[in-house]
Design a protein around this ligand. Sequence first.
Ligand SMILES: Nc1nc2c(c(=O)[nH]1)N[C@H]1C(S)=C(S)[C@@H](COP(=O)(O)O)O[C@H]1N2
Ligand SMILES: [Mo]
Length: 392
Amino acid sequence: MSPALDRRDLLKLLAAAPVAAQFAAAPPVAAAAGHGILKPLPSDVFTIRGTNAETNVAALRDTGLHTPEDHFFVRNHTSTPVLDESEWKLTVWGSGLRGRPVEFSYGQLRSLPAVTRTAVVECAGNGRNFYATQQGQPVAGTPWTLGAIGAASWRGVRLRDVLRRAGIDPSAVHVMPRGLDDPYVSGGVDYGRVRRPLPAAKALDDVLLAYEMNGEPLPYDHGFPVRVVVPGWIGIASIKWLGDIQVSATPLSSPWTTEFYRLFGDAYPAGGSDPIGPQTVKSALELPLGARLEAGTVHRLTGRAWSAKAPVSHVEISTDGGAHWRRARLRDTPCRDGWVRWSADWRPRAAGPAEVLSRTTDRAGNTQPERSVHNTQGYLFDAVVRHPVTVT
Ligand SMILES: Nc1nc2c(c(=O)[nH]1)N[C@H]1C(S)=C(S)[C@@H](COP(=O)(O)O)O[C@H]1N2
Ligand SMILES: [Mo]
């Protein structure tokens, strides 16, 4: 938080204003900035894209395995709401419960058994811009490069524990968390509050209701007081500012499974693919696109590699357009749902334009292809990125 926007001051300010139960409008500072994000977004770290902020991948070079709040990308459909945890409650309801709706206060959630785990949150559209720039295929949506991802240590309670306490019935098939941020309105259509059903099997497996990120209460922009974290799945599954969870004995849908986050295009059936869930395999070079590197000097190239399907096995790099590959050094022990840092030294010889390619392979044998299969909304870009540099 910037000193000007101390959380306690904000809560005081909001307590003084007449507010609807649980939440208030975003403070004037965010409105004035136009993007609705509360934390500072210095331009060396973030690129603002509408209501979102992409982390400049080069800036990750200064960070460890966990992305600090001041480097973590923000993807907001509207704007960050400021909620008061003492007013906040979670309502679990629906035909998939044995009984009536059940409410949990923040304190009650905090008193349930806590777990801490590392996971990346990665937008389904991460890398989307490379469909256009690398494959010549226009796509709709925020033109992220590779910085719509961050890794954190999340602490919270298992969704499973909450659902069991709420009396989930074995007949439940879908579990749909919904956010307390404003309804999403686009192109004159009101899609309602951000929400997306999860299969009950995933909800009862490894999903977390997180109240801490990297050992601190969740920042406002990342879902304070409580967000969902769905390891291995596209970011939209990890609903921020959680308000209620519908548990259903019949399948649910939302615009985020019908219109968005489904694959449409020549390679897919007319009505689109099934709703997408798991993320894919990628790597990123911690260098600005178009960076200038001096010829005849050794440069330590660094980057990140991750796969949602299995721990990373190895990373290869090529500096001759993909003709020859060599292994990068992994600087961390690969684990599931996190990422690893890698490095490789390169001494470019001749001045001129060049490309650095990096390619991740995971232990299940998934590897980045040369080309991603196109879909109209540009999701799940997984191809090897040909990172342009200029050797001087
Ligand atoms: N309530 C709510 N939850 C949300 C969103 C949102 O706009 N509203 N955006 C989703 C999307 S598309 C992504 S990629 C992640 C981004 O999480 P972050 O902003 O903490 O990085 O949050 C998801 N959860
Ligand atoms: Mo996203």
